[in-house]
Design a protein around this ligand. Structure first.
Ligand code: NDP
Length: 280
C-alpha cells in the first residue's frame, strides 16, 4: 500500500459498482479521503464495507446515495463533500450507462428518449458537475478524470449509436475543458475502456448469464480482444489513479488513454487470411 493520495480528497461518481467501486477502493487504500456515490444505497454500502475491510478509517469515507442525473443530486454531492472534508482535489466523472428502448432498437431508429436519458447521465451531468466543482478544484489545483469509452470512435457504433455519441462528445469536452482549466492549474484527462466486466450489462437489462456468454465469446476471438481477456475494473482504476497522480502524469493534458486489450487496433479484414482468400 502506498500513500500517494494522502491528504487528498476525491469524489468518485458511480462508485456503487464496477470501475468506480474499484477506483474508490484504490484511492482510499492509497491515502485519499473519498466520497462514494450512486443511486443504489445497498451497493454503495458494499463499496463502503470493502473500503473499511481494507483497514481504512471510517472518517475517510463519505457515502452519498443520490441521482446524479439531477442537479439537486450533484449539489448534494459537492456540498456534502466540502462540508465533511473541507476541500476537493480529485473529481472522477465515472457514472454512466447505456440504455435500450423497449423494442431494443439499434441504429438511427433508436428512440429519442434513449438519446435524452443517455446524454443526461453520460454528458450533461459531467458538464454541470464540473461547473459546480470548478471553484474547489481551482483552489487545490486539482485533477479531473473522465471515464469515456472506445465506443466514442473513430470506429462506428450503430448498435449503440446514442451511447457512442455521448462518449464522443465527452472526449471533446475533456479536451476543451482541459485547455480552459489548465490556466488555473486544474488538469482534465480521461480513460477510454474497452469491454470490462462490471454491472454495465446488467444495468442495460442483460442477465449475468448473457454477460458471461458474451465475454466468453469475445475472449475466445482474438479479432475482438487481441490480449484474450476481458478487462477488470482494477485495470481501469489503475489508469484513473495514474491520471489523478500529478507526480506521474503532470504533462498529460486533455488526453484519453485507451485501455482495451488491443480491441480498437484490429480491423475486420485482418481476421481473414489473404492467401486463403486468393486460394479459394
Ligand atoms: P456499472 O454499471 O458497474 O457502474 C455504473 C455506475 O454508475 C454505478 O455505480 C451506477 O450507480 C452509476 N450510475 C449510473 N447512473 C447513475 C445516476 N443516474 N446517478 C448516479 N449514479 C449513476 O458500469 P461500469 O463500471 O462499467 O461503468 C462505469 C463507466 O465506465 C461508465 O461511464 C461506462 O460508460 C464506462 N465504460 C464501461 C465499459 C464496460 O465495458 N464496462 C466500457 C467503456 C466505458 P447506481 O446504479 O447505484 O446508480
Amino acid at each position: 500500500m502506498t500513500n500517494r493520495f494522502s491528504g487528498k480528497v476525491a469524489i468518485v461518481t458511480g462508485s456503487s459498482n464496477g470501475i468506480g467501486r474499484a477506483t474508490a477502493i484504490l484511492f482510499a487504500k492509497e491515502g485519499a479521503k473519498v466520497t462514494i456515490t450512486g443511486r443504489n444505497a445497498q451497493r454503495l454500502e458494499e463499496t463502503k464495507q470493502e473500503i473499511l475491510k481494507a483497514g481504512i478509517p471510517e472518517d475517510h469515507v463519505l457515502a452519498i446515495a443520490t441521482d446524479l442525473a439531477t442537479e439537486e443530486g450533484q449539489d448534494e454531492l459537492i456540498n456534502e463533500t466540502i462540508k465533511k472534508f473541507g476541500k476537493l482535489d480529485i473529481l472522477v466523472n465515472n457514472a454512466g450507462a447505456a440504455f435500450m428502448d423497449d423494442k431494443r432498437t439499434s441504429g438511427v431508429d433508436q428512440d429519442i428518449s434513449v438519446f435524452d436519458k443517455i446524454m443526461q447521465i453520460n454528458l450533461r451531468s459531467i458538464v454541470t458537475l464540473t461547473q459546480k466543482a470548478k471553484k474547489y478544484l481551482v483552489e487545490t489545483k486539482g485533477e479531473i478524470v473522465n471515464v469515456s469509452s472506445i465506443g466514442a470512435g473513430p470506429q462506428a457504433q450503430p448498435k449503440f449509436i446514442h451511447y457512442a455519441l455521448s462518449k464522443a462528445s465527452l472526449d471533446q469536452y475533456t479536451r476543451s475543458a482541459a485547455i480552459d482549466l489548465i490556466q488555473y492549474g486544474v488538469r482534465v484527462n480521461a480513460v477510454s475502456p474497452g469491454v470490462v466486466a462490471t454491472g454495465f450489462g446488467e444495468a442495460m437489462g442483460m442477465t449475468r448469464e448473457m454477460d458471461q456468454k458474451y465475454f466468453n465469446f469475445l475472449e475466445s476471438h482474438k479479432d475482438c480482444i487481441p490480449c484474450g481477456s476481458i478487462g477488470k475494473p482494477i485495470d481501469i482504476a489503475n489508469i484513473i489513479a495514474f491520471l489523478a497522480d500529478r507526480k506521474l502524469s503532470s504533462y498529460i493534458i486533455g488526453q484519453s488513454i485507451v485501455a482495451d486489450g488491443g480491441s480498437t487496433l484490429v480491423m475486420g479484414m485482418q481476421s481473414h487470411n489473404m492467401m486463403d482468400i486468393l486460394k479459394s
